[in-house]
Design a protein around this ligand. Structure first.
Ligand code: MN
Ligand code: MN
Length: 408
């Protein structure tokens, strides 16, 4: 071994050990990351937290198939979560691939999609999805997506890593196409003529006839189903929180057990409705406006406050722990948002319940008001305020997951 390559070897071995140590630290406790100052969030003003995803140029286009993405490159603040808007024509195929550095969560907006997925235990699942359905593929699990038609399927993908790029995935054609032909022949037992026919470069989007009817048997004929399904029919249920100002569907690991690293929300706001000031102790928040127009506020301490108006197709992002609110900016049209959190175990603290959990005397002192004035604060969590402001008495309800006691 030459001196140079030996140094290189020792260097990379040391790097490997450091990476292993970091990985261990990551698994042990994520909270230390909060202690590392993020230069992007340390300035006198907060950076933008808005990106016009649907107005951006797609990173990939093949026929009627295309994908637009929002990562730290397009939206630097979005370090914890990346998102993709993807469309598949009937028969369009997002080829077999896996993601080395992110789990994938998806919400179908329009059309129908078929997915296949394999897990490390050798279980397979083939599922068909329609509007309002969601899927979750754990980090590294191999999968493919296919447009079933009629019409184009449109879905929003959320990845639990803002540095993850959909265009940096591990695709089957890319892998096989760059492996030595002799190795592929030995591996798969295929004749040379057939290996010659396989693509040499990444296909990414395949095109072909739309499948008709059910998927049919898989190649080896035996379907071994996973213990936990990858599919959840989110909007087929009633909303989980209902208030005069709007309603919310929320699905995390409680209702959809495989989804350990993502919680998904559909938030519907009546005209003028307000999702009150709150923060999330344990996760970042990624927003995509499905319809309407909303005003999102973000508070970052030391008087730093930023407001962005998001239209349909725009993306917003709130870092973990930052105060924020979402308000329907229209007086006549409802607004709908898709929201993703990079945790399967959602947590939030709302301003109204925080205040209501304190003695009157403390509030008098803190806000420099008298007792009668302190009495005017809400007694119950507001959560979603209607246009006219919160009612004096509790309204609305929450449907808690089965695992939790009914606190209504
Ligand atoms: Mn994928
Ligand atoms: Mn939030």
């Amino acid at each position: 071994m030459s001196g140079f390559s030996r140094r290189g070897f020792i260097g990379s071995a040391a790097l490997g050990l450091a990476a292993e140590a970091n990985a261990e630290a990551d698994q042990a406790d994520f909270s230390f990351k909060n202690n590392v100052p993020d230069p992007l969030l340390a300035g006198h003003e907060l950076p933008t937290f808005k990106f016009e995803l649907e107005k951006s140029i797609p990173g990939k286009v093949v026929g009627g198939n295309n994908a637009r993405e929002a990562t730290v490159k397009q939206l630097p603040i979005s370090k914890g979560i990346a998102g993709v808007s993807m469309r598949l024509e009937p028969g369009g195929l997002r080829e077999l691939h896996w993601h080395a550095t992110a789990a994938e969560w998806a919400y179908v907006r329009e059309g129908r999609v078929r997915t296949t997925v394999i897990d490390p235990e050798g279980n397979f699942e083939v599922n068909d999805f329609g509007p309002g359905d969601i899927w979750y593929f754990p980090r590294g699990h191999g999968h493919a997506l296919q447009g079933l038609g009629p019409g184009t399927a449109h879905f929003i993908l959320i990845f639990d890593n803002g540095y993850f790029s959909e265009f940096g995935t591990f695709s089957i054609t890319d892998w096989i196409g760059h492996s030595p032909k002799e190795l592929v022949a030995k591996n798969l037992g295929l004749p040379a003529e057939l290996i010659e026919k396989l693509p040499r470069e990444e296909v990414y989007f395949g095109r072909g006839p739309a499948p008709t009817g059910p998927p049919g048997p898989i190649l080896h004929g035996r379907l071994k189903s996973p213990r936990l399904t990858h599919k959840y029919e989110m909007l087929k249920q009633g909303p989980h929180s209902v208030h005069a100002g709007g309603r919310e569907w929320r699905v995390g690991a409680d209702r959809f057990p495989i989804s350990q690293t993502v919680t998904g929300v559909v938030l519907e706001l009546e005209p003028g409705g307000l999702r009150e000031l709150h923060w999330h102790p344990t996760s970042d928040e990624w927003q995509y406006v499905l319809s309407g127009k909303v005003r999102v506020t973000m508070f970052g301490s030391h008087g730093r406050y930023r407001v962005e108006t998001l239209q349909a197709g725009d993306v917003g992002y709130i870092p973990q722990g930052y105060g924020h609110s979402v308000e329907n900016a229209s007086d006549s049209q409802p607004a709908r948002l898709l929201i993703g959190f990079n945790t399967g175990h959602y947590e939030a603290i709302d301003l109204s319940s925080w205040i209501a959990g304190n003695p009157r005397s403390l509030l008098e002192n803190n806000f420099r008001i008298n007792g009668a004035e302190a009495d005017q604060f809400p007694r119950d969590r507001v959560f979603i305020a209607p246009k006219a402001g919160p009612p004096r008495h509790k309204e609305g309800y929450d449907v808690f997951p089965v695992a939790e006691p009914d606190r209504r």
